[in-house]
Design a protein around this ligand. Structure first.
Ligand code: NAD
Ligand code: LMR
Length: 316
């Protein structure tokens, strides 16, 4: 496997928001990045974040990464970056499903598409955080000149919630567990039971345990919505998206919504373990799944392809 991606310059669209700012803060505290370009409609908030983050860098003793606030209409004047992060969104008013965000966030994507294209240039990758992240990744692929394999969706939180649900069921420290969720960032998520480990060893769970864990993990978004928090997962997602970028850069497979095309030429961005190879985000071989899990992923891909096609109709 060729390791070809070394992100040193990152642009974040939606950087005044909870997840965009949180990711900028995470990256700014790492010596792995030279420059982080920040874009948002809310320029005053962005200026304040940049002042605060620069001072946080001094406190942390990590001053290498340069934070640069850029007006949205100056995006095309910037040198293309290695990674563009799309975290711009309408305000969060969750009501049990991420798909409720689709129409509004298609409008946001439409508004910033020229900036994403200019910043990604010929070789940059694009990470979609904005929900529904997987469907929007495919929509961007359909409507931009960026190759679909250079676009991926952030979906690591689902795996963290699967681990949390197993740890609640077994009453064990979540740090002893590893578990993976793939498929859709939403109802079509696929819990990879065959890969669950405790202390690195395969863990067998009986049907009743699986049913309780499944309900717990799948119920996360409904429970979250019922709190009416008016915010997204602003602690988990910045840490998770920084980790996702770092793993892709290191060649370590990480679950992201990655481009796949089925036999009927229907394409989707479906969450699978993926790596960067030759400038594209590609799924690793599916040999870590059993037959039932592979079938469930195919079903999720078909549903996602259909959602992306229906989304295209919303914009016309
Ligand atoms: N994929 C995931 O696992 C995951 C996790 C957490 C959040 N999310 C999603 O990420 C998105 C952002 O969440 P958040 O909590 O940071 O939201 P937020 O409301 O705090 O921030 C959104 C930001 O986007 C900006 N914005 C809106 N329209 C814009 C435009 N046209 N150009 C530039 N900036 C614009 C707003 O000014 C705001 O600062 C949401 O859609 C949320 O559902 C996804
Ligand atoms: O918007 C959110 O907070 C939900 C997000 O999709 C997530 O899974 O954390």
């Amino acid at each position: 496997m060729t390791q070809t991606w070394s992100p040193r310059r990152v642009a974040i669209l939606g950087a005044s928001g909870l997840t965009g700012a949180g990711l900028a803060h995470q990256l700014s505290l790492s010596d792995d990045y030279d420059e982080i370009l920040l874009f948002d409609l809310k320029q005053n908030v962005l200026q304040a974040h940049a002042i605060d983050m620069r001072e946080a860098q001094i406190v942390a003793g990590r001053t290498r990464a340069r934070l640069v606030v850029v007006p949205l209409d100056r995006a095309a004047e910037q040198e293309p970056v290695d990674l563009v992060v799309f975290a711009a969104s309408l305000p969060e008013t969750p009501d049990g499903t991420r798909e409720a965000f689709l129409q509004g966030n298609l409008g946001v994507l439409d508004a910033v598409r020229p900036a994403i294209e200019a910043l990604a240039g010929e070789t940059g990758l694009v990470m979609i955080v904005t929900n529904p992240a997987d469907v929007l990744a495919t929509c961007l692929a359909h409507t931009s000149g960026i190759h679909p394999a250079r676009i991926f969706g952030y979906c690591l939180n689902d795996s963290a919630r699967f681990i949390a649900a197993i740890s609640r069921e077994l009453q064990v420290d979540p740090g002893r567990l590893d578990a993976l969720v793939i498929g859709e960032h939403g109802d079509g998520q696929v819990l990879v039971w065959s890969g669950v480990t405790l202390d690195g060893a395969p863990l067998a769970l009986d049907a009743a345990q699986r049913a309780r864990i499944d309900a717990d993990a799948r119920g996360w978004f409904r429970r979250w919505s019922d709190l009416r928090p008016g915010r997204s997962s602003g602690w988990t997602t910045p840490v998770g998206s920084a980790r996702t970028i770092a793993q892709l850069a290191a060649g370590v497979p990480v679950p992201v919504a990655v481009w796949r095309r089925d036999g009927d030429s229907n394409d989707s961005h479906t969450t699978l373990l993926a790596v960067v190879r030759d400038g594209a985000v590609v799924p690793t071989p599916l040999d870590y799944l059993d037959d039932a899990e592979r079938a469930a992923v195919d079903e999720a891909s078909a549903a996602l392809a259909d959602k992306a096609l229906r989304a295209a109709a919303l914009t016309h």
